[in-house]
Design a protein around this ligand. Structure first.
Ligand SMILES: Cc1ncc(COP(=O)(O)O)c(C=O)c1O
Length: 393
């Protein structure tokens, strides 16, 4: 693994004096207002810090998580069994990291198993694939492929040794959403070549025009079950509570049984008071609608400030702008030097397709801008960003 994205960003920017008081638009830290009901639930259950929590979660948590999945994805009420189709995660990241260990064969088609990863990608996927002994194969997600990887179009010999694929929708960094057709095609390939789909949908509730199509309902409509599917959901984005460390893994009951067994040996449990707070957060949509409205307002301003200066595709979901600026590293350095604006070069989330040719990294031309600061900070920063990168006042 190369150094992490933010370590690379520090190496690029820290030796350089910022042009103004720094504004950090590089990290996707949602900085949500903590809803009162979350604080109250933690206080009410604080005495349970004295107990070991169950790896399966409490009955209340399981009911709340199953209820949200059924409501949010329009599933038949009995489609999700709270006891067999889901488990709590201490943030989706740990679940995404452990998932390959659940499904990894020693060999696939007599070869070293592969895990397919979109390029660019959330860096945990590659660490997980390598730790589980798989070959990580990076599949470009570019403008030409609607910013999603075309896994189903890979050569049959690659798909035959594929044990699992990561797919992120809405995607970080591009904000692209998989359509129903995309999911159907991917599941058809999973059935044909016998691999598992890890659907990272931690931004599923942060959308703009309409809720994105999702893995669970498409898979259920196809097979009346969730065969070969694990989906990952998070309170970090929907509720703006990344510090709570709370997520769900849901899907195929057979895979979940294996996941539970692994977690019983080695998984982190979610503390009971945080489980109570999480159950409350999965059961409430008011604070989520408020969060969504805040992001929509920030995106409207971004379109207004940047739209006629830097052409960009508005994200369908998530809270990042993925801006084509020609050379992301140069742009990040310029923004920092001239205005103290900190953004992430897209290349730091991707991998070169041809070794030694940085421009073959699908993130090379881009910067990722996180819309997580308050509106006035974003307005001021985007105004400057637009001026500096377009060269026009
Ligand atoms: C694509 C993606 N997946 C997973 C995560 C991890 O989220 P959590 O806070 O639930 O661990 C993030 C967080 O930034 C992310 O961007």
């Amino acid at each position: 693994m190369p150094p992490g994205s933010f370590a690379r960003l520090a190496t690029l920017l820290d030796p350089v004096e910022p042009g103004s008081t720094p504004v950090n638009l590089s990290v996707g830290d949602p900085r949500g207002k903590v809803p009162e009901f979350v604080t109250e639930a933690i206080q009410r259950h604080a005495y349970q810090f004295g107990e070991y929590p169950p790896i399966n979660g409490t009955c209340d948590w399981r009911e709340a998580a199953a209820g949200w999945l059924v409501r949010r994805f329009g599933l038949p009420e009995k489609a999700i069994n709270p006891d067999t189709n889901l488990l709590p995660l201490t943030g989706t990241r740990e679940g995404l990291f452990l998932a390959p260990f659940v499904v990894m064969p020693e060999k696939k088609a007599d070869k070293r198993p592969a895990i397919l990863i979109p390029n660019p990608f959330y860096q945990c996927y590659a660490a997980a694939a390598l730790s589980a002994g798989a070959e990580a194969i990076f599949v470009p997600a570019t403008k030409e492929t609607n910013f999603l990887p075309n896994y189903a179009g890979l050569p049959p010999e690659v798909l035959a040794r594929t044990a699992a694929v990561y797919i992120c929708s809405p995607s970080n960094p591009e904000g692209a959403c998989a359509s129903e057709e995309y999911w159907r095609t991917l599941f058809a390939a999973a059935d044909q070549y016998d691999f598992t789909v890890f659907a990272d949908e931690c931004y599923a509730d942060l959308y703009y025009a309409k809720p994105p199509a999702s893995a669970l309902p498409v898979r259920y409509a196809q097979s009346k079950s969730f065969t070969r599917l694990l989906t990952f959901h998070s309170l970090s984005k929907r509720s703006g509570l990344p510090g709570l460390r709370s997520g769900i893994v849901a899907g195929d009951a057979g895979l979940m049984a294996k996941f539970r067994a692994l977690r019983n040996y080695a998984g982190p449990q979610m503390p009971m008071p945080l489980m109570a707070a999480s159950a409350a957060a999965w059961s409430d949509e008011t604070h989520v609608a408020e969060n969504r409205a805040l992001y929509a307002e920030r995106l409207r301003w971004a379109e207004r400030y940047l739209g006629n200066r830097i052409p960009f595709k508005s994200p369908d979901g998530g809270f990042f702008l993925w801006l084509d600026v020609g050379n992301g590293e140069e742009a990040a350095l310029k923004l920092w030097r001239e205005a103290g604006i900190r953004v992430l070069p897209g290349a730091y989330m991707g991998r070169e397709i041809e070794a030694g040719k940085p421009e073959t990294n699908p993130g090379f031309r881009y910067i990722r801008v996180a819309l997580v600061q308050d509106l006035s900070t974003i307005q001021a920063a985007l105004g400057r960003l637009g001026e500096i990168l377009s060269g026009a006042p």
